[in-house]
Every structure is written in structure tokens, then in C-alpha cells.
Design a protein around this ligand. Structure first.
Ligand code: M6R
Length: 611
């Protein structure tokens, strides 16, 4: 996830671009850069690693002036966060910024290298600069040059391109990554998101996938990728700049819950080969991980909950023995490790001190260490690189302290790993693998359908927002979902909440049950369903109020529950990817009703870098 912006008009572009990047910085801050075509017709570029303030310092020392320019704030995907990899990338007078991931970049890079093209960065983006520059050299106009290369590139992209050959023109193209056009008076804007240019215009056009736009100071023309003119009506937005930074959502957490369908799709993107149900684990070193005969998963907080669910996936699909440890405990229990043991660290930030410590200890004991991380180039990712490697979740920047989309994408990554090991170890047939993968690919639209029914969760949240204690119950893969539901609620609403294995209730916790303690049961279809229902009936018999998450088509559940929320039917191993979503929204709306600081709850930090 990166932020991109472009300006063409009559004002000096630099402060407009920098201001826009500031509003887009939530999308990533590994590096930032701007390119300006100045009055001499030449392109001038400044880039800096780290937050935008570093670029600001460079620009104060070496100002750039010109009325056409583009800018980028990077959340690294391909290539480390270095100045060489920072955007914009320029080749032979063609300059480009890109948000997205090209799936076939290696193939294209090899093709270009065979034509003696020299690369300056490790990014997928530079490939497009070369391809467009080749077309410009053949005499094509900038829009034709961009249009002609698009059939060759596979993946997701929002591109913004300028060229010294057309010093008054910006060309943009969109496939799966967002692009908005801001319409001004004798000036026009292009950006990843509305806030970037909300200071200058309220009139916007949202480009659709498969559309391109050509921007000049006085006009914008929109075509499809074949060059057919498109008629589009601008939208006038009434948002304040502050709201818009959260894309219209009240909190980043809410926005991130809504980003889950896209995040899941991005984790899967380019990794699945359906013909033979094999998984392309880019970043992971199969020669290191394939020989392991035992796996220890280690993590903290929400990532640990993902690991607990991963154990069900890996043991069932790949028949590999899995232990799951809190990283803060693993390090101090003298674990038995050898070169046939895999140590899988799960961490959104890749910086959690205990998880990082566990990785280092395991590496010293000759275990094969590998990671599931969201933040590219993070410490855990770097530590794992020369051992088992790292599988990135590509969930995009997660700002809310309460982890949501990171969790769901960690589950996707674990499921992909389970299929990989299952196919390698011969425990999973091609047909069963294809079936699993087809179900996985349905998850984004299933999540959409849950989000579309948010109103009923708001109503439930309002009914229970005054409770002092909550219990969350589940069995099998839904037990860690119960733990996660309780964690979400306690960390953002400050209500005491506990997650339990439903079968454990009668061994003690049932003593807590009375009419004042709401109990959230996760009772989706599957082998544990009957037993879970019996446990929930026992709670109901003690006057407990029951909110139940059930599978679509469960005709019995309404007679057991006070409130029911149904989720689409999938398989028991994939149920957690869906059942957690109503729990995230329930926690969110209870916290919102209480008026707590949802994105930055008291006493917490997004990355825990102390032990
Ligand atoms: O970045 P990590 O995944 O390593 O972080 C682990 C925990 O600190 C994190 O999941 C924490 O529990 C979240 N605040 C939960 O929402």
C-alpha cells in the first residue's frame, strides 16, 4: 500500500505534492519522493528514506520548482526501503510512481535485461518505466505508450506517469489499486485518495479498473485501456480533510475492518496455482522449510491467536506436528530444537521484541526459522531471510492498535503454508487442494456480505455496551477465535472479557454465569457444532444471555440464542476468517458507544519492542 499524487496546473507543484503526501502518509512511510518537470523541460527528482519529514528537509535545502509533478510515499513491497527503491523512478525522461504489485515482474525484468536494459532498483515499478520509455523512443505519445504496455503487465497497479517529451501532461492507469482525479480551475490532480487534494478541490472522479486518464491543466480525458472515450460524472465530496484521511471512516480500526476483503485477496494474489494445487511461497526458502518434521509457532497477542488456528490447519491438512507458544514463554522454557524443527514466527509489525528474541534463540539452536510478517524489511523478516525466509501478508499498513486485517491475512498465509506442506508431504491430493483453494478464494466476498450486515451488530452492541464482563466461547478452531474476540473487546472498550474453550466451562468458569454476563458463543457448522451447542445450552440454563455466531442455514440456533449473527458457510478450517469479523465489529461498536480512544487505546502501542 503506497500513496501517489500528481499535479498539473499553474502553481508551483512541489508544496502541493508534499502537502498531499502528508495526507497520504498513513498508506506507508518507508520512503518518499517527488519529481518535477521544471521550466527547462528537465525532470528533477528528490527522494528520501523514512518519513516524509526527511524528504521535506531535502526539499528545503534543494528546492524544486515547476508546474507539473508527481509524488509517492512508499510502503515497501518489492525491494527494501532504500533510496534506490524509492519512487519516482525515471528512465530516459519517463518518470513513474506506482501503487500495487506486478506478479510477472521477474519475467519482464529478464526480458528487458536480455535487451540490455540497465536496472537501478529492485522494484517491479522500474520495469514499467523501461517499457514506456521504449515506446516513447519509438515516437508514441505518452498516453499511447502507457496504453501499449499494459497488456504485458499482470498484477495490481495505480500508475502515474510523466515524460519530458510531454511536459504538460500526466497519464494515469488503474487496475485494482485506487485512483481519484481532482478537478480544479486550470489545474488538475491525481491521487490515491481524496484527502491528498481536498485542500484544492471538492470535485472528484473515481477511476474504475481498466480506465486511464490524461490530465492537462485545462482538461481531463478518460478512456478505457483500448482508447475508447469514457463519460464520467464528477462527484462533489463534502468530507472534511480530517475525516477523509480515514477514507470516510470514523476510526482507522473501522477502515481496516472494511479493508479485509482486499487484504485477503492481496495475500492470495499470485501465490496459487490451481492446476496442481501448488503454492508459490515468494520470500520463503522451500529448500530450508520442506525437510522439517516438526513445527513450533511462536507469536504474541493476536498473532498468537492466528498461530493457534494455524495448528489446526497444518495438522489437519499436512499432518505435521505443531506446537504453539507465546514468544514470551517459549524463550524461557528450554525448548528442544534441532535442524529438523521449524520455528515459525508470526508478527504483523515484525518488530515485537519477544517474537524477535524467540527467532534469534531458535536460530542459534539451528532450527529452521521462518516468518509470517506484514511489514516489509522488518527485523523478524530480516532475521528469517537467510534461513526459512518470510511470507509477507500484504495486508497494507495497519494503523489501529487493535489488529484486524493483519489477523485475517495471517490466517490466509497459514492456510497457504498448510496446503504447501500438504502437497509436499503427500497428505493432500490435487483435488482436495483445489477444493480448499476454491473455498479460500470465496473468503473476500463472504467477508463483504458480513460487512453489509453491520447494522445488526450495532444494535447488538448497544444492547450490551453497559456489561462489566463478557465471556467468549468456542471449540476447535473457534476456540482461538473466542480468545481473539475477548482480546478485541478488552483492549478497545476496557471491558473485562475472557475467552474459553466451551468444553472447559463446567470445570470452573460456569460459576461466573448470571444474567449480567453476556456470553458470545461461536457455533459454526462442523464436527464441534453439537458439543458447542450443548455447552451453550448449559450456560443458558444458568440465565446467561447468549449472542451466537452461527452458520447460514442453521434453523435450530434461534431457539438457543438471545441474539444470532449468521456468517456464510465455508469449511471448519476457514470459519475463523469469517467468524472473527462480527466479533471485531461488536468490539468496535461497544467501544464506540462507550466513547473510548479506539485507535490508540490507553497503555498500548502498535509495536511492542520491549520484552
Ligand atoms: O506486530 P505483532 O503481530 O508481533 O504484535 C503482536 C501483538 O502485540 C498484537 O497482536 C497485539 O496483541 C494487538 N494489539 C492486538 O490487537
Amino acid at each position: 500500500m503506497c500513496g501517489i499524487i500528481g499535479y498539473v496546473g499553474y502553481q508551483n507543484a512541489t508544496p502541493i505534492l508534499v502537502d498531499g503526501l502528508r495526507r497520504l502518509e498513513y498508506r506507508g512511510y518507508d520512503s518518499a519522493g517527488v519529481a518535477i518537470i521544471s521550466a527547462d523541460g528537465k525532470t528533477h527528482i528528490h527522494r528520501a528514506v523514512g518519513k516524509l519529514r526527511n524528504l521535506d528537509t531535502v526539499l528545503r535545502e534543494h528546492p524544486l520548482t515547476g508546474s507539473l509533478g508527481i509524488g509517492h510515499t512508499r510502503w515497501a513491497t518489492h525491494g527494501r526501503p532504500t533510496e534506490e527503491n524509492a519512487h519516482p523512478h525515471t528512465i530516459d525522461g519517463v518518470t513513474i510512481v506506482h501503487n500495487g504489485i506486478l506478479e510477472n515482474y521477474l519475467e519482464l525484468r529478464h526480458m528487458l535485461e536480455a535487451r540490455d536494459r540497465q536496472f537501478r532498483s529492485e522494484t517491479d515499478t522500474e520495469i514499467m518505466a523501461h517499457l514506456i520509455a521504449e515506446q516513447i523512443a519509438k515516437g508514441h505519445a505518452l498516453d499511447e505508450a502507457v496504453r501499449s504496455i499494459l497488456p504485458q503487465v499482470r498484477g495490481t497497479y495505480a500508475l502515474v506517469v510523466i515524460s519530458e517529451s510531454h511536459p504538460n501532461t500526466i497519464v494515469t492507469a488503474k487496475n485494482a489499486s485506487p485512483i481519484v482525479l481532482g478537478l480544479g480551475d486550470n489545474e488538475n490532480f491525481v491521487a490515491s485518495d481524496i484527502p491528498a487534494c481536498l485542500e484544492y478541490t471538492r470535485s472528484f472522479v473515481f477511476l474504475e479498473d481498466g480506465q486511464m486518464a490524461i490530465l492537462r491543466p485545462k482538461d481531463i480525458s478518460i478512456t478505457d485501456f483500448e482508447g475508447n472515450q469514457q463519460i464520467v460524472e464528477p462527484t462533489t465530496v463534502t468530507w472534511s480533510p480530517i475525516m477523509a484521511e480515514k477514507g470516510g471512516h470514523k476510526h482507522f480500526m473501522h477502515k481496516e475492518i472494511y479493508e479485509q476483503p482486499t487484504a485477503v485477496a492481496n495475500t492470495i494474489l499470485g501465490r496459487v496455482s490451481m492446476e496442481d494445487a501448488t503454492i508459490h511461497l515468494d520470500g520463503v526458502n522451500p529448500e530450508h522449510i520442506d525437510p522439517i518434521d516438526r513445527l513450533i509457532i511462536t507469536a504474541c497477542g493476536t498473532s498468537w491467536h492466528a498461530g493457534l488456528i494455524g495448528k489446526f490447519m497444518l495438522e489437519h491438512i499436512a499432518r505435521i506436528p505443531v506446537e504453539v507458544d507465546l514468544a514470551s514463554e517459549f524463550r524461557y522454557r528450554d525448548p528442544i530444537l534441532d535442524n529438523k524443527t521449524g520455528l515459525l514466527a508470526i508478527s504483523q509489525s515484525g518488530e515485537t521484541a519477544d517474537t524477535l528474541g524467540a527467532v534469534k534463540d531458535a536460530k542459534a539452536a539451528h532450527a529452521v526459522v521462518f516468518g509470517i510478517c506484514n511489514v516489509i524489511g522488518s527485523s523478524i523478516a530480516r532475521e528469517c531471510k537467510n534461513s526459512g525466509g518470510v511470507l509477507y501478508t500484504h495486508a497494507g499498513l495497519e494503523i489501529g492498535v487493535a489488529s484486524t486485517k493483519a489477523f485475517v491475512t495471517q490466517l490466509v498465509a497459514l492456510f497457504l503454508l498448510a496446503i504447501h506442506f500438504g502437497r509436499k508431504r503427500g497428505t493432500l491430493s490435487i483435488t482436495d487442494g483445489q477444493d480448499h483453494l476454491n473455498r479460500l478464494r470465496e473468503i473476500p466476498s463472504h467477508i463483504e456480505s458480513i460487512l453489509a450486515r453491520e447494522a445488526s451488530l450495532i444494535a447488538i452492541a448497544r444492547r450490551y455496551a453497559r456489561a462489566k464482563d463478557f465471556l467468549f466461547l468456542g471449540r476447535g478452531p473457534n476456540y482461538p477465535v473466542a480468545l481473539e474476540g475477548a482480546l478485541k473487546l478488552k483492549e478497545i472498550s476496557y471491558i473485562h472479557a475472557e475467552g474459553y474453550a466451551a468444553g472447559e466451562m463446567k470445570h470452573g468458569p460456569i460459576a461466573l454465569v448470571d444474567e449480567h454476563v453476556p456470553i458470545v458463543g461461536i457455533a459454526t457448522a462442523g464436527p464441534s457444532y453439537q458439543k458447542t451447542i450443548s455447552n451453550l445450552e448449559e450456560v443458558r440454563a444458568r440465565n446467561g444471555k447468549l449472542i451466537i455466531i452461527a452458520s447460514e442455514g442453521d434453523s435450530r440456533i434461534a431457539s438457543v440464542a438471545d441474539d444470532v449473527f449468521v456468517i456464510p458457510k465455508t469449511t471448519p478450517l476457514l470459519d475463523p476468517l469469517l467468524s472473527v469479523v462480527p466479533l471485531q465489529l461488536l468490539a468496535y461498536h461497544i467501544a464506540d458507544a462507550k466513547g473510548t480512544d479506539i485507535d490508540q487505546p490507553r497503555n498500548l502501542a502498535k509495536s511492542v519492542t520491549v520484552e
